[in-house]
Design a protein around this ligand. Structure first.
Ligand code: DC
Length: 297
């Protein structure tokens, strides 16, 4: 199962996503860390950030690995170094290049194959995993995010005026909104958590409840399957089905057979094909639709 958590900077996505993953026993993917690692690699390789072709070539050949906890760049554990201000300041040169995003989105999808994962970023529900089973958009007002940042800085021994923090944050929000690619936006079918008047525990509980709702909805046998199924076929062990989820234009595609699911995930995510077509293509010729309406492809 894929749970996406997106939202603006300072909304608390990282800590909530990590804790949601922990509670559910899922893995956690910090996609910002991948952008940071490519940026660090480009700095180390002394690539000119204005040279888009060189950045794209670099992103295509760099060896990035995520082991469920740490990020490795060409075999080096860079999980701490990627947090440096030098990397933070340079990320936009890398993250604004569509081909680089394409490479990293592909990597993120590959990482997610066959895993139960909570993935956190800006574009996870809207771009990278449009068919994720559960999408959350976590947000808070500019004032609240600035107040939280002020508290964090104070704890770190770096007190700052709220006005200063707000100004910097507004600049970052504006940059994030106006980015040509990878801008922050909720997916149409994301559940929004507006966390202004909520404690961290309450946000966590809300997120966990949303995931559990989706999980039990997807696992519920019988009537829902019959109502939502557009096509069903196959043997009992490898039966695959497409269901419409909350967005009728985007059927998602689940099968209990892990091997078939891997194949389906790989094909369905990148090419944006209607799921029933993929399943029709994978289906053995002797299989016939068993229940539900067959949808015209
Ligand atoms: O979450 P973070 O601050 O570590 O992310 C670092 C940068 O990476 C952030 O400035 C935006 C970019 N990013 C992105 O463009 N797309 C993502 N999915 C995640 C992060």
């Amino acid at each position: 199962m894929i749970v996406t958590i997106d939202g603006p900077a300072g909304a608390g996505k990282s800590s909530i996503a990590k804790r949601v993953a922990q509670r559910l026993g899922f893995e956690f993917l910090d996609t910002g860390a991948l952008y940071r690692a490519v940026t660090l690699g480009a700095i180390r390789a002394q690539i000119d950030f204005q040279d888009v072709d060189a950045l794209v070539q670099y992103a295509k050949q760099v060896n990035l690995r995520w082991d469920g906890q740490r990020v490795f760049l060409n075999g080096d554990d860079v999980s701490d170094e990627i947090r440096s201000p030098t990397v933070t300041d340079a990320i936009r040169f890398v993250a604004d290049v569509p081909e680089v995003r394409h490479q990293l989105s592909r990597l993120q999808r590959e990482i997610a194959v066959g895993r139960d994962i909570v993935t956190e970023g800006r574009d996870q529900g809207s771009e990278v995993f449009p068919r994720a089973e559960c999408k959350i958009f976590l947000t808070a007002s500019a004032q609240e995010r600035a107040r939280r940042r002020q508290r964090q800085l104070a704890v770190a021994g770096r007190p700052m005026l709220i006005e200063q923090i707000l100004r910097a944050q507004e600049r970052r929000d504006e940059e994030a909104r106006s980015r040509p690619v990878g801008g922050v936006r909720p997916a149409d079918d994301a559940r929004v958590i507006e966390s202004d008047c909520m404690t961290c525990e309450q946000v966590l509980e809300d997120a966990r409840r949303i995931v559990e709702e989706v999980r039990s909805r997807d696992e519920r046998p019988g009537p829902r399957q019959a109502a939502d199924t557009t096509w069903t076929g196959g043997d009992s062990g490898t039966m695959a089905w497409c269901h419409r989820g909350s967005d009728p234009g985007r059927p998602s595609c689940r099968t209990p057979d892990p091997t078939l699911q891997k194949l389906v995930d790989l094909i369905v995510q990148p090419v944006d094909q209607p799921a029933h077509r993929i399943l029709n293509a994978l289906r053995r010729p002797e299989r016939v639709p068993e229940t539900g309406q067959r949808q015209q492809g």
